[in-house]
Design a protein around this ligand. Sequence first.
Ligand code: A3P
Length: 337
Amino acid sequence: MTDNSFPFDIRPVDGTENDNLQKYFQGFKYIRVGPKNYFLINGYTEGAAYIYNMPLRPDDVFVASFPRSGTTWTQELVWLLANNLDYSTAANVSLQKRYFFLEQSLFMTEEIKEKILKDNTNTEKNPLDDYNIPRAEETAKLPSPRFLKTHLPMSLLPPNLLDTTKVVYVARDPRDVAVSYYHLSKLFKVSEYLGDFKSYWGFFIKDMVNWAPFFEHLKEAWQLRNHPNMLFLFYEELSKDLPTTVQRVADFLGKQITKDQLAELCSHLSIDNFKKNSSVNYNEAKNSGILTANESFIRKGKSGGWRDSFDEEMTREADIWIAKNLEDTDLRFPSML
Ligand code: A3P
């Protein structure tokens, strides 16, 4: 029997905060969770306790992150190292099928399903048939080793996580995350964001985007970075020196890799090859009409690209926001050193 206790309170977002959100995020209902006020869609309420208490296995591998921090990149890297560089399966079975996205089904609320059906009336098939997202409970039926993706912060995951299994956490400069997240919100038809980037940035720094607050999320993982079962990576490290970072992941997973294999893997993981790789581009979601065809999941893949989207006022705002949030921690982004 699984324990069903969940130690945090869950409160609806309402009042002015909610009125503001409704103008831009098309009628979704949001909640805040626990003392850190994690911001999530209301569907999370249903699965919070199961996820918090889920039975773990020693050979599970988690890839965790705040959204748009290089999760997909890290997932492919981890999966290939853990699976003896099986490029053939990696090409034939999509990353979405190779990993279980723990909380994904909780985002498929009835309102969202209705919206998907309404938006796709001109397709012959029911888009939800091809995009059947299993609930977190289904993880119990998966064969070992399980590969799990989550954007949930460490405090909402099982407390025995690191004592049982390995976690690779990836973090990224929040300014690049914000730009990338804005594009993602345009990509998902159901949650299509209605404003411009400047207004999105306003929501981002007020912790009003899914899985925010950004800094709390990162700090929770950062505090655990020295645990032998935690590997804390930065997107900027992957970006600047992929071979060294891949080697760190291999060492963490206890895998040997030759020089030639390392070179081949780095080439496979390059942004140019990734863009062409249909196995990592969420094509199932695109085919079923959940994602728009106008934007792609793998996008520019640059570090520091935020400069093209920030005006002076936003740059100043970002400097202040980042400095304030880094006051009580030794967490530093490689891009800011
Ligand atoms: P951009 O939108 O800035 O291009 P996540 O997988 O966590 O959603 O993160 C997505 C971000 O990682 C996107 O950033 C995407 O382009 C980038 N990314 C994905 N694969 C990459 C790769 N192989 N090399 C560099 N960046 C990559």
